[in-house]
Design a protein around this ligand. Sequence first.
Ligand SMILES: Nc1ncnc2c1ncn2[C@@H]1O[C@H](COP(=O)(O)OP(=O)(O)O)[C@@H](O)[C@H]1O
Ligand SMILES: [Mg+2]
Length: 316
Amino acid sequence: MLLDRPVLFFAGKGGVGKTTCAALTALAAARAGERTLLVSTDPAHNLGDLFGPVAGGVAHEVSARLDVLEIDPVAETRRYLDEVKGNMRRLVSSTLLAEAERQVDLAGRAPGAEESALLERMVGVLLDERVRYRRVIFDTAPTGHTLRLLTMPSLMGAWVDGLLRRRAAHHDARAGWLGAPEVPEDPVFELLHRRRLRLEQTRSLLADRAVTGLVFVLVPEALPIAETRRGIDELADHGLAVAGLVVNRVMPTATSDPFYAERKRREREYLARIDAMFADLPRIDLPLLAGDVDSVAALEQLLPAFIEAEAQASAR
Ligand SMILES: Nc1ncnc2c1ncn2[C@@H]1O[C@H](COP(=O)(O)OP(=O)(O)O)[C@@H](O)[C@H]1O
Ligand SMILES: [Mg+2]
């Protein structure tokens, strides 16, 4: 089954229905008896709009077997910097510590700091927190942000490799001068090495199709189709395969109104384009509802169509 994997990510353009699909999948899994964690990595969270207050960066139990976690990038950055400072206290002499801490605080305000902290928490969810759940479902931010998050484990891994090599060269040089063959104890090397290992575990977990399913959500319109194509190609460049698509907000067929008949005609063209462009991917079509999907009750209204469409997609 397309959505029957331990780890799922719902990606796609803003407003196409990522949160809706992630919440539907989580609800279906929890109702089917599986302990489920629904995680939002979108700084503009809206799981709270569906499930009630869930902020604070910790998992909240919202119903039987269903926990919801909104990762807060600001809080994660603070936590991450505190951890770095904690490590430094063990590594840096007290005369340098104040200056070193000042540098860390500056780095915390640099571009990319919140992304790194978000990555750190995602790694923690995947490698540590996941043991408590049968399923972990990620509701993500719009495409660009999520592509960076998903490809960061391999990019950062390569970067840490470079640091490790320099550190090793430094030890070799020192051993050469001192004539001591053995590598000295080096807590920095240990830390970098541990970090490298966790990034590699995360990278291979994301690339393992038996564990992780990357699902693109789109609506049958030109721009979301184009963005989905680019997103799938970019992930493929990083060795990450997309498992399938959800095409959301498909209009009802029967309509006599000429305006809606014209919209429906266009939609058919876009659906045909999706068919042709993503022929190799399983696809779930979800109907457009008359109202918003802004509560658990509304999710429940959409749930049977979702489960039915998934069964069809998986049987194809
Ligand atoms: N099938 C649907 N029918 C009607 N409204 C929908 C449907 N799917 C999503 N919506 C509405 O569209 C808006 C965007 O959906 P959302 O899941 O928040 O998108 P994203 O997380 O991709 O930004 C929300 O107001 C939601 O209620
Ligand atoms: Mg969303």
